[in-house]
Structures are given as structure tokens and as C-alpha cells.
Design a binder for this molecule. Structure first.
Ligand code: COA
Length: 378
């Protein structure tokens, strides 16, 4: 018998081609459809990046206007959906309610079995338009407030703030959010994207694939790190404590949330852009709390890099940035979904464009084949 070489966790295994994004560990960089993610984040609105991820090219002004009109036309949840959301158990995690919300959208879609590319694209836009409202509605209902519907006069990011808080914050705050949307949008074959492709490959449909991807992202080893970063900052409590806290955490071999990356070993190209936007927002907010989290972040970063040479990942600046925007900590991963729906659905379309059922092999380690003994003789 030939010896089976198992790649646990599929580490290092290339399972398919993709034209959506490229992760380059040697330069710690990431491109979407050939464009450096930091250039997209600073020079384009998230809507342009979403168009690029799905269509392969940046939009012209006319194409962007048509695309935005299509997104706006798809905003809005049915009364039935909102009635169901009102009955969600109080205390359920927002990622769990989002998972159920997206699954419910699938129940409402009468053409769910149609896998034609144009139908998939229409559904991708519909999910991109509706997921922010599911997140915002859930946030308001869990806080005893009535949902606020979308406003067609507002852009994608502005509309999300409006649906959460009934107002749109300063442009620097919206810009910081919009930049985070672009930076989180796509990251090749990570666990949730691969989950989406596996489910899509059985022709189960886009809602099943996205629901599964949300389930995968929910796990703390994947999407939950931005929430964990904020819990860490709350534990540190003050900038004066930050260095001693970090030294103690390292001495006791704690995993420091928001640092390190499986692929990027000497810095994550998304971090400087997100950190700059976070700082710009802190300066505009100007509160003691905003400065406290900024100063704490800087000291933790310097200490970690100085002591261990381990660099922050995108979750490190994104966690406190979302907190200062007014979002509750359990909303951080659902906010990640608002962005990543673009990457997931691009991969689902790519998978179904040249589909082959994903079905790996396993190395059996159970008992050898044996005979069933009749019940009376057992
Ligand atoms: N805090 C403390 N030490 C860390 C660390 C962290 N965040 N990340 C890596 N290290 C240490 C490891 O303990 C290991 O030390 P050792 O050689 O003394 O055992 C060394 O750095 C190499 O790390 P490695 O285990 O090869 O990293 P990995 O590829 O298995 O893990 C992560 C990558 C992302 C899972 C890991 O860095 C981590 O858990 N980070 C915190 C969670 C996080 O921010 N996740 C979001 C990722 S985008």
C-alpha cells in the first residue's frame, strides 16, 4: 500500500485556479483583480471595489452609476423578514442572526434553483444590498429600538450608518468605515471562501453557500479576531498599562489578538492604510476615549514588534476603529460580512463557471472490515 501524505488543514495545498485576488506572502501584499488593495482603499469608494471584484475591471462613471442604482433598487427587507427578525431569541450572537437572516432571504427567492451566471450576479447584488440592513435591523431590535429603513439618497457606507443610528457621522468616520470595507472584501481561499466554494460545487445554491460561509467566518479562529482585539484593549484599560500588559502576556505565552498571520510573516499590507484611517478618525472625534484607544494601540504594537518581531494584522486597527464608530463589539464580524459578501459571491460565480464537485479523499484509520453479528449473538 502506498503511504498517504496528508496535508493537515489543507496547509500549502493549491486546490484550484482563481482570478479574483492574489495573496503574495513574499511581499506581504494582496491584489484584487491585479490592483493593490491599499491603492483601491485610498483611491476608490467601496462600491467601485465591489464592482471590480465581480466584473474584473474598475467601473467607468456611467457603469458605477448604473451599478449603484441596481444596489439601491435591491435595498429593503420584506415585512415578513422583519417580523421573523423580531422573534429571534434575545441574546443570540449577531453572526447567528445574520446566518439565519441570509438563509431566510433564500426562502423568499422563488428562482433559487437557477444557477445561470446572470441570475447569480443579480443575487450577489441583492445580498450586498440587503445584508447591511439585516445587520442594522438586528442591532436596533436587540437594543429595543425600531428598525430604520434604507435611504436611497445615501451611498453604501453612509446608508449603513443611517440604518444603525439614524444619522450619518463625520466624513472622516465614513471614510474609515469605507476603507475597512475595501480591505476586508476579499482574501483568496480562506476558510469561509473555501466553504462557499465547496457548498456551491454541489449546486446547492448561492444562499446555501453564503449561509455556510457566514457559519465559517463566525469561528474565533477566522473572523472573530477583530472582536477579540477590542476585548483585549478593554482589559488593558489605559495607555500607561499597555507596555507592562504586553510584556506580561508575552512572558506567560498568551496569544495576542490582532497580531501574526498564517500567510504574511513581516507585516500585512492592509494595516498601514487602516491605521492611517483610524488615526484620522481619532483626530476628528478628539475625545479622551478615542485618544486612549489610539495610544494603547500604538504602545501594544511597538512592544509586540520590538519584543517578538510579530506584526499586527488588519483586525488590530479595525477592532478599535469600529468601536469608536459606535458599533457594539459583537457586530464587528457581521460588519466583516457586509464587505466579504463581495469576495464570497465572486468565488461562487467563478466556481460555478467551470464547476467540478469538490470532494477530497480521506485516510481511513478505523477498524478493518468485519462481519455484522446478529443482535441475538452480540
Ligand atoms: N501572539 C503571540 N505569539 C504569536 C502570535 C500572537 N498573536 N502569533 C504568532 N505567535 C508566535 C507563535 O506562538 C509561535 O511562537 P513559537 O515559535 O515560540 O511557538 C510563532 O509566533 C510562530 O507562529 P505560528 O504558530 O507559526 O503562527 P501560525 O501561522 O500558526 O498562526 C495566527 C497564525 C494568525 C493563527 C496567529 O498568529 C494568531 O493566533 N494570531 C492571533 C489571532 C488573530 O489575530 N487572528 C487573525 C488573523 S488575520
Amino acid at each position: 500500500m502506498t503511504e498517504t501524505k496528508i496535508k493537515y488543514g489543507l496547509a500549502g495545498v493549491v486546490t484550484d485556479d482563481t482570478a479574483v485576488s492574489k495573496v503574495m506572502p513574499e511581499t506581504n501584499s494582496l491584489t484584487y483583480r491585479g490592483y493593490a488593495v491599499q491603492d483601491l482603499a485610498t483611491q476608490c469608494r467601496f462600491e467601485e471595489t465591489a464592482y471590480l471584484i465581480w466584473n474584473g475591471e474598475l467601473p467607468t462613471k456611467t457603469q458605477l452609476e448604473a451599478f449603484n442604482a441596481q444596489e439601491k433598487a435591491n435595498r429593503g427587507l420584506t415585512d415578513n423578514m422583519i417580523a421573523v427578525m423580531r422573534r429571534f431569541p434575545k441574546g443570540a450572537h449577531p453572526m447567528a442572526t445574520l446566518r439565519t437572516g441570509v438563509s431566510f432571504l433564500g426562502l423568499e427567492d422563488k428562482e433559487i434553483e437557477d444557477h445561470a451566471t446572470d441570475k447569480l450576479y443579480e443575487r450577489a447584488i441583492s445580498l450586498y444590498a440587503k445584508i447591511p440592513q439585516i445587520v442594522a435591523t438586528d442591532f436596533r431590535l436587540r437594543n429595543g429600538k425600531e428598525p430604520i429603513g434604507p435611504d436611497a439618497s445615501l451611498g453604501f457606507s453612509e446608508n449603513f450608518f443611517h440604518m444603525c443610528f439614524g444619522e450619518v457621522p463625520a466624513p472622516e468616520v465614513v471614510k474609515c468605515f469605507d476603507i475597512s470595507m475595501t480591505l476586508y472584501a476579499e482574501h483568496s481561499f480562506n476558510a469561509s471562501t473555501f466553504t462557499a466554494r465547496v457548498i456551491a460545487s454541489s449546486l446547492s445554491g448561492i444562499y446555501s453557500a453564503v449561509t455556510g460561509a457566514i457559519g465559517s467566518l463566525k469561528g474565533p479562529l477566522h473572523g472573530g479576531a477583530n472582536e477579540a482585539v477590542m476585548h483585549m484593549l478593554e482589559e488593558v484599560g489605559a495607555a500607561e498599562n499597555a507596555k507592562a500588559w504586553m510584556l506580561d502576556a508575552l512572558a506567560t505565552k498568551k496569544k495576542i489578538m490582532g497580531f501574526g498571520h498564517r500567510v504574511y510573516r513581516s507585516g500585512d499590507s492592509r494595516v498601514p492604510t487602516m491605521t492611517d484611517a483610524y488615526k484620522e478618525m481619532v483626530d476628528i472625534i478628539g475625545s479622551d476615549e478615542a485618544n486612549k484607544y489610539w495610544n494603547m494601540s500604538r504602545i501594544l504594537d511597538e512592544t509586540m514588534v520590538g519584543e517578538k518581531g510579530i506584526y499586527p494584522n488588519l483586525d488590530f486597527p479595525a477592532g478599535p476603529a469600529y468601536y469608536l464608530m459606535g458599533f457594539e463589539i459583537p457586530m464587528f464580524t457581521p460588519i466583516f460580512v457586509i464587505s466579504r459578501i463581495t469576495g464570497w459571491t465572486a468565488h461562487i460565480m467563478e466556481q460555478l463557471g467551470d464547476n467540478k464537485l469538490i470532494r477530497p479523499l480521506s485516510n481511513y484509520t478505523g477498524p478493518a472490515q468485519r462481519d455484522v453479528i446478529a443482535m441475538a449473538d452480540r
